[in-house]
Write a protein that binds this ligand. Structure first.
Ligand code: BES
Ligand code: ZN
Ligand code: ZN
Length: 472
């Protein structure tokens, strides 16, 4: 989808179709309003009609918010894409900058389709959307930025949607290297030998039963004018079968999405470099496959993580926290004097139960930082909420035989106890710099919602880019 701005009078712009976002039916011209009334058109999310004669797509929009506008344009564009017409125009309304961001991101995210595994591919027709507004430099900049952000989200969706037979740690590393090469990002890939040398025994144990070698991926975007330094760590489980604590069949399906945190980190680096943000950003990704086999790590094993802490394994399906434990230590040992360290992970089903499938759970020790991250998320069009640590939940991951246990002794508060497990691998001097993002809910969409079709959503990218932009 090509998106252009034009300051021309709308009547002078000759496109095949016009898109009309309807906030209030009273604003629609009398002639069309009568037809819409006859068609029982309502001003609601995802309500759309195509008036073939006048070539107008009318779409409902419940309010003038990012969400509602993005959903409306995505609905309209899907209708438009189902036709053979090549170009459409739409007139801007309301607050021009925020409407424009919602229109561009909604249009690109809503147009996304994934047909890699379809034997018959839809023929792609090059489409153009002309947005009529004051075509100023500032507004053009919003179009460019939003395009980069939405393209990065779609890149993450492509990675995550790719199946485990086609996307294992080595491929993840290859894709990361490709993104790095295209954007002048430094990329280092490490394998088993390196992990052994660095005593990353927790991550190695999770990987042991897989035929695929684990990979530690380090991306570094280092602009000359950097004023801040951020570390992003991602859970990259290219498949999570649960290991010997095997998942039930119904829960195993969709576990190709357990790499969403790692893929989001690649996507964020892609976006940050395309936007030329003056921030040094490091991405550390633990790419691993959790499988079963004679060599699998076991419930009852005690593992020693990179920081020397011993972990009693009581459930091999709580593997993400083991991989992250080592990756968080690696990041803190390797990268010096950073301002923030964030990790992204599809870590717990409990987070989905707790806050619903649309929302990311944000945890950490720094209340103000959590609040800022939540508000960045909401401003970017993602849903997030803060989840609170407390001293009692902290005690539930004690172990009788090791320093800590990989599962809690209670059924309740599973998202938080997983976050508290990770806290054990955050060094004292970094406690206030750290946030954990549990994206288990929003990362993978089973039933399409808003501008998200079935499959990966690319969760984490928009909110983090927004957070980083707010630092400047
Ligand atoms: N990858 C899963 C978490 C998950 C669940 C992600 C649903 C996306 C959707 C994680 O590795 C896991 O299995 N966690 C366990 C932890 C439990 C054993 C303490 C869970 O949530 O059940
Ligand atoms: Zn698991
Ligand atoms: Zn997992």
């Amino acid at each position: 989808m090509k998106i252009t701005l034009s300051s021309e009078n709308i009547k002078k712009i000759d496109t095949a179709v016009e898109i009309k976002i309807v906030l209030d039916l009273e604003d629609v011209c009398k002639y069309d309003k009568d037809i819409l009334d006859d068609l029982n058109f309502k001003v609601k999310d995802e309500e759309v009609v195509f008036l073939v004669e006048s070539k107008k797509i009318y779409v409902g929009c419940e309010e003038e918010s990012y969400d509602a506008i993005a959903i409306a344009i995505s609905t309209a564009i899907k209708k438009f894409n189902s036709t053979k017409y090549k170009d459409a125009k739409i007139e801007i309304f309301g607050d021009e900058s925020s409407t424009l961001k919602a229109l561009v991101e909604g249009a690109i995210l809503g147009s996304y389709t994934f047909d890699k595994y379809k034997s018959k591919k839809e023929k792609e027709i090059k489409k153009e959307l002309i947005i009529i507004c004051k075509a100023t430099k500032e507004l053009q900049k919003i179009v460019d930025e939003s395009t980069h952000i939405a393209d990065s989200v779609n890149k993450v969706r492509n990675f995550v949607n790719t199946t485990p037979q086609d996307f294992y740690p080595e491929i993840m590393a290859k894709e990361a290297r490709k993104v790095a090469k295209d954007n002048g990002i430094i990329c280092k890939i490490h394998g088993e030998e390196f992990l052994e040398k660095n005593q990353m025994n927790a991550m190695l144990s999770v990987a042991r039963a897989s035929i695929h070698e684990p990979k530690l991926i380090h991306l570094a975007y280092k602009p000359k004018n950097a004023t801040k330094k951020i570390v992003l760590v991602g859970k990259g489980l290219t498949y999570d079968s649960g290991g010997l604590s095997l998942k039930p069949a119904d829960f195993m399906v969709t576990m190709k999405s357990d790499k969403s945190g790692g893929c989001a980190v690649i996507g964020i680096l892609n976006a940050v470099s395309k936007l030329n943000l003056p921030i040094e950003v490091h991405g550390i990704i633990g790419a691993v496959e959790n499988m079963i086999g004679g060599d699998a790590y076991k419930p009852d094993d005690v593992l020693t993580a990179k920081n020397g802490k011993t972990i009693e394994v009581r459930n091999t399906d709580a593997e993400g926290r083991l991989v992250l434990a080592d990756c968080l230590c690696y990041a803190q040992d390797k990268i010096k004097d950073f301002d923030y360290i964030f990790d992204f992970a599809t870590l717990t089903g409990a987070c989905v139960v707790g806050v619903g499938e649309y929302t990311t759970g944000i945890m950490g020790n720094n209340t103000i930082l959590k609040r800022d991250a939540v508000s960045s998320a909401l401003n970017s069009g993602e849903y997030a909420t803060s989840l609170p640590f407390n001293r009692f939940l902290k005690k539930t991951i004690k172990s009788e035989i090791a320093d800590i246990c990989n599962i809690a002794n209670t059924r309740y508060g599973g998202a938080i106890t997983a976050g508290l497990f990770l806290d054990n691998f955050i060094y004292d001097e970094n406690k206030d710099k750290w946030l954990h993002f549990d994206i288990a809910g929003p990362a993978f969409v089973e039933k399409a919602w808003g501008y998200n079709p079935h499959g990966a959503s690319g969760a984490g990218v928009r909110m983090t880019v927004e957070f980083l932009k707010n630092l400047l």
